[in-house]
Design a protein around this ligand. Structure first.
Ligand SMILES: Cc1cc2nc3c(=O)[nH]c(=O)nc-3n(C[C@H](O)[C@H](O)[C@H](O)COP(=O)(O)OP(=O)(O)OC[C@H]3O[C@@H](n4cnc5c(N)ncnc54)[C@H](O)[C@@H]3O)c2cc1C
Length: 279
């Protein structure tokens, strides 16, 4: 009978195990274990937290790399430029400190919950997901990686080894905002992430806007992004948000909120986020 748990120390050990099939990947376990309370785990677990080189955030050239074993606490304590403020704000929202100490950014993305706090931020930052298998390495844009609720582009023989973010410009700023039924430890009704870069004269050079909890997967809002690009310094960015910009979203009615309320609240969060980035 095969082992029920392995904790390899290198990708050279881990990837052949995944290639052989049948393993579930375990990082912080803060999604995996609560999903199986009172029930046996359906498959043996491959714990990736001891694999060399998978933990930490570093910039090499024009790319920031967040290793797959990097926790939310690692994000909070990292020295990052202001463009990553939204990621730090999301990190503070993921459960409490114990969850942030164990839970990983990559695990949040791979779990593919519609309400995952990190996912819209990574999408707005234009992140790519790096996947490794014994067959090699490939990259998938974060917006294409999450296919739907609990579904990703990661094959069973693959491991996400890192998330890569093109280095934002020095003037880039970002904000994340989430609305739940209570202030802390809440699953959101809606959440928004906005990343704006500016030219030397203050015009908006690029915009990334993404919304979570309002579709089976987080979505970017290209029509709103296009309206923001070119806005001059001091322009009222919040006034550019229109209901039609939210057309990629397909919110549901559930016990947390009605679809109509989610859309209304999303517009308000977007306006507030843009107002905070307008100066
Ligand atoms: C009390 C509590 C509160 C929480 N609050 C929030 C919250 O407010 N917001 C929020 O977004 N989340 C919340 N979560 C969910 C969870 O903490 C986060 O999603 C966390 O980031 C998951 O990371 P992890 O390392 O623990 O993932 P794990 O549980 O280890 O894994 C999650 C999934 O991703 C897969 N996976 C993990 N790493 C990889 C990899 N490198 N390659 C391929 N597949 C991989 C696993 O196989 C599994 O399917 C909460 C959880 C708890 C228990």
């Amino acid at each position: 009978m095969s082992a029920r748990y392995e904790r390899p120390v290198s990708l050279a050990e881990a990837l052949p195990l995944l290639a052989a099939g049948g393993w579930g990947v375990l990082a912080g376990g803060t999604d995996v274990y609560p999903a199986h309370v009172g029930r046996p785990l359906p498959q043996p677990l491959l714990d990736i937290t001891a694999i060399e080189g998978l933990r930490g955030i570093r910039r090499v050239g024009d790319v920031w790399t967040i290793g797959a074993a990097t926790t939310w606490t690692d994000v909070l304590t990292a020295d990052l430029p202001p463009a990553f403020d939204a990621l730090k704000q999301a990190a503070r929202e993921v459960g409490g400190v114990q969850i942030q100490n164990a839970g990983t950014v990559a695990g949040n993305l791979c779990n593919a919950s519609p309400a995952a706090d990190g996912t819209p931020v990574l999408m707005a930052l234009g992140a790519d997901v790096v996947l490794r298998s014994t067959g090699g390495e490939r990259r998938v844009a974060a917006i294409d990686f999450v296919l739907g609720s609990r579904r990703t582009a990661c094959r069973p023989d693959e491991l996400v080894t890192a998330i890569e973010i093109p280095a934002p410009g020095e003037r880039a700023r970002s904000v994340f905002a989430k609305l739940g039924g209570r202030r802390y430890l809440t699953i959101s009704m809606t959440m928004v992430a906005v990343v704006l870069d500016r030219t030397a004269n203050g015009a908006v050079a690029s915009a990334g806007v993404a919304v979570g909890s309002c579709s089976a997967r987080a979505r970017r809002l290209p029509a709103l992004e296009a309206k923001l690009v070119g806005a001059t310094a001091g322009a009222d960015l919040a006034a550019r948000v229109a209901a039609t910009d939210l057309s990629p979203l397909t919110p549901i009615d559930d016990l947390r909120a009605s679809a109509a309320y989610r859309l209304d609240a999303t517009q308000t969060l977007l306006r507030r986020a843009l107002a905070s980035l307008s100066t």
